[in-house]
Design a protein around this ligand. Structure first.
Ligand code: TRP
Ligand code: SF4
Length: 442
């Protein structure tokens, strides 16, 4: 049983429900999202933390941010595409886009030099993102963004070394630059909410499960800088609907008074102060009010504390299986389809991929294939087949033994080659003037 997730290992993950429960990740429900794309409809995105804040922003047409980062350690493959597919979708719903080139992390954790990561980031990743449909946003470099590095230094007063060791398995021999890199990622995720960037705004970070330790750490840090916490009176202890608590020990009365003033101004009249409990007890509010009050409290805090943030939200996607059955990895070229692969090369890789087919044709006809364990089927689900009914047809005919792997692979290889061919044309059309609309050199 995994007790820890290591963001820098090549570990594979299989049982997502178990992981979800083990780490307290909520299930993802695409219900109510406008025109959800295939990754959402098909359960490839299986988990979330705090997604309700994003959902509300979408429903109420309020500003929100989607942020991701990339470690330019090699060429971009289909596994990397899933994050950017989500970024593009949320951008179409109005999100501001931030993309961090994690050159400090690449340096600290992988020893890669800064000039190489810059070139790889633009040529191997950003151009592909644009060709996949990303509209202009902010692509920036960790090493060049002052605000990110400042936050990485300022916010970790709330984290200690034992926590870092327990979360990441760091020990006495870990180089300090590596120890520092998750702190820079906290800076990435939270800096967008500084006044000089987007200001207070719910922020979504789409990730694979390997990044969850960073997400938990960032959410913990954001919470630890908060002045107020809001709790519903579920057990009827306080003779109120909700209690608002002051978490610090300084200026308690001032914090309470200011919050009550704000609440009255917003029309919530029935509030009782209790300095002894460091609390305000509120009556006559429903769930919707509670959510609004939380946002008002955050805005109130922000007036005096620049480090008040919305706790960032995250989504978790399944990892795509490599063509050879293990992990899809840049360091194992035959396991991956790279976005820069020649269509012919990709066709060959697909034709030799591991399927869920039976040993003989006769057995396949009799028992049917196992799409759940088939890399080809996964490629249809994640990337190559937009139509749900067409996909359902593949599933059914595979199961009932009327579909044979040879033809099925040919269909897949054809779709893949077509995709790569048109993708390449789009990449080739990207020149400096296009890139300028995306990349901020700070
Ligand atoms: N750690 C991420 C990776 O290994 C890269 C990254 C850096 C990132 N900053 C981020 C991801 C912020 C999400 C959000 O791929
Ligand atoms: Fe996979 Fe297609 Fe073979 Fe079914 S028929 S196991 S989906 S390759």
């Amino acid at each position: 049983m995994t007790s820890r997730i290591d963001p820098w290992s090549s570990q594979q993950y299989a049982d997502y429900n178990r992981l979800r429960h083990q780490f307290g990740i909520e299930a993802f429900d695409p219900e109510g999202l406008p025109e959800p794309t295939k990754l959402f409809r098909r359960g490839v995105i299986f988990g979330q933390r705090g997604f309700d804040s994003i959902k509300r922003a979408i429903d109420e047409k309020r500003p929100f941010v989607i942020l991701t980062g990339l470690m330019p350690s090699g060429k971009m493959h289909l596994g990397h595409k899933m994050t950017i597919d989500q970024v593009i979708y949320f951008q179409s719903l109005g999100a501001e886009v931030y993309i961090s080139v994690a050159d400090i992390e690449s340096y600290g954790a992988r020893g890669m030099d800064f000039s190489l990561t810059k070139r790889l980031a633009i040529d191997e990743y950003i151009k592909n993102y644009i060709a996949l449909g990303l509209e202009p946003g902010q692509v920036y470099f960790q090493s060049e963004r002052r605000a990110v590095k400042d936050l990485a230094f300022v916010l970790p007063t709330k984290i200690n070394l034992s926590q870092m060791k327990a979360m990441y398995g760091f020990d006495g021999s870990t180089n300090m630059s590596h120890v520092f890199s998750p702190l820079v990622q906290i800076g990435d995720i939270l800096h967008v909410q500084l006044e000089e960037y987007e200001g207070l705004a719910p922020t979504l970070v789409p990730v694979g499960i390997d990044q969850d330790p960073h997400i938990r750490l960032t959410r913990d840090v954001a919470n630890s800088f908060r002045v107020y916490s809001v709790r519903k009176d579920d057990e009827g202890k306080w003779d109120a609907d909700v209690g608002i608590f002051v978490k610090t020990n300084e200026d308690v009365e001032k914090h309470i008074d200011r919050a009550v003033e704000m609440l009255k101004r917003e029309g919530y009249a029935d509030c009782k102060k209790n300095y002894g409990y460091k609390a305000i007890f509120l009556k006559g509010v429903d769930d919707d009010d509670v959510e609004k009050i939380k946002v008002h409290l955050l805005e109130l805090e922000r007036k005096t504390n620049p480090y008040s943030f919305f706790s960032p939200a995250s989504t978790y996607h399944r990892f795509i299986t490599g063509l050879t059955g293990g992990k899809m990895s840049s360091s194992v070229p035959e396991s991956a389809v790279f976005l820069s692969d020649e269509p012919e090369e990709a066709r060959k890789k697909v034709m030799s991929a591991k399927t869920g087919g039976r040993v003989t044709l006769a057995e396949q006809k009799e028992k049917g294939g196992v799409p759940e364990e088939c890399v080809i089927y996964e490629l249809f689900v994640y990337h190559l087949m937009d139509s749900d009914s067409e996909l359902e047809d593949v599933y059914k005919t595979c199961k009932d033994g009327t579909r044979m792997c040879g033809n099925c692979k040919k269909q897949c290889a054809g779709l893949m080659a077509d995709f790569l061919e048109s993708h390449r044309k789009k990449v080739e059309a990207i020149d400096e003037t296009v890139l300028e609309k995306y990349v901020k050199w700070d």
